[in-house]
Design a protein around this ligand. Structure first.
Ligand code: ATP
Length: 333
């Protein structure tokens, strides 16, 4: 799925900018042999995609910080023993990598190969239950992994939590600090969201389920994301990870591959303890927003072997499955 009306030169212009020197519109138009008005239009469009550049009226445009663009070769070279296992589709832009793979999975009879689809720019990223996921060109990671698991769909519950374990493990190995999970699908730092996971189901047969795992991560520049969410968002950079996005992506794929093996063989139970250890709200008092908009206060007491949240209320344990509720921290003041 490509984006209609996107400036044809958008990525050429984005990639010509660097963090060292300002370049003005005329410089850029000459280098790329395109008109100054095309450059101006593209720069405006880049701004709308939260591209991290700076503008000085007298000097022109430059990057706010160095960006390493995604490269299939670089991603693959860091996959170690699973180097050849995945088809890697690196695209400039799409509405949603998850939507692309779900549609593909549901509309083909051909055997699906393990695939990683990664977009430099995702324009209609999705969250749970119709929510949105925003990303910034050059400062985020947005990708989806498609796999066929030898499990019926009812055995898939808990998978989005398992995926969270793989993301956190990768971030820890990359030297990140204070990253936690928030039930069911958020990756957080200091209670602010740095990433999200969206697991969807594609083609189903009685014994196998094609799953599409979408992951969105704020790499750097969360403040650029949107005024409405910047207060509740953070990024890897704040957590001590200032690395090539190719390396971050490969590291997550490697961990995810391991987690999927464990999940297929033993279910979420095999990852439950790892998940609980990283749950920011474990043993804390939380507020649950239920489907009927009613609130409930309770203590978090882990998750079940299928990924349901266990809440202690008046001495009793109540279980909540993924999809039913949202969890919020109780204001300590
Ligand atoms: P729940 O707690 O029920 O999961 P949620 O608000 O976390 O609710 P998600 O589907 O997990 O829902 O995430 C989508 C939400 O995350 C959006 O509604 C928006 O508020 C927020 N959001 C979107 N993009 C980003 C981003 N790049 N960084 C941080 N937060 C974001």
């Amino acid at each position: 799925m490509t984006i209609k009306n996107m400036n044809y030169h958008l990525f050429r212009i984005a990639k010509i900018l660097n963090e060292h020197e300002y370049q003005n519109v005329i410089d850029i138009s000459k280098k790329l042999t395109i008109s100054p008005s095309t450059v101006m239009d593209a720069l405006k469009e880049l701004e709308s995609y939260r591209f991290p550049f700076q503008h000085s009226k007298s000097q022109g445009y430059r990057l706010a910080y160095a960006i390493t663009w995604l490269s299939e070769r670089s991603i693959r070279s860091k996959l170690g023993s699973i180097k050849e296992k995945y088809m890697i589709e690196l695209i400039e832009t799409t509405e949603s990598t998850n939507t692309d793979l779900v549609l593909r999975s549901q509309s083909t009879d051909v055997e699906l190969v393990p695939t990683v689809r990664v977009a430099e720019l995702q324009t209609k990223g999705r969250g749970r239950r119709g929510r949105f996921w925003l990303s910034g060109l050059g400062s985020s990671l947005t990708f989806s992994v498609m796999r066929t698991l030898k499990l019926p769909p009812k055995e898939i519950s808990g998978l989005s939590l398992a995926v969270g374990v793989s993301v956190i493990t990768a971030l820890e190995k990359l030297g990140g600090t204070e990253f936690y999970l928030k039930w069911p699908n958020d990756i957080i730092r200091k209670n602010k969201k740095i990433g999200g996971v969206l697991v969807e189901v594609g083609k189903i047969t009685p014994l196998e389920t094609s799953i599409i795992i979408g992951i969105g991560i704020n790499v750097r520049g969360y403040h650029l994301i949107d005024d409405s969410i910047s207060l509740s968002a953070s990024d890897l950079y704040s957590g001590g990870i200032n690395l090539d996005r190719n390396l971050i992506l490969s590291s997550i794929i490697v961990e995810l591959d391991q987690v999927l093996i464990q999940f297929s063989d033993h279910g979420f139970e095999a990852l439950r303890e790892s998940w609980q250890r990283r749950h920011y709200y474990e043993n804390k008092l939380v507020q649950l927003i239920l489907n009927n908009q009613k609130n409930l206060l309770g203590l978090v007491k882990g998750v079940t072997s299928r990924g349901a949240l266990r809440i202690e209320k008046s001495g009793q344990i109540i279980e909540f499955t993924v999809g039913e509720i949202s969890l919020r921290e109780v204001n300590k003041n």
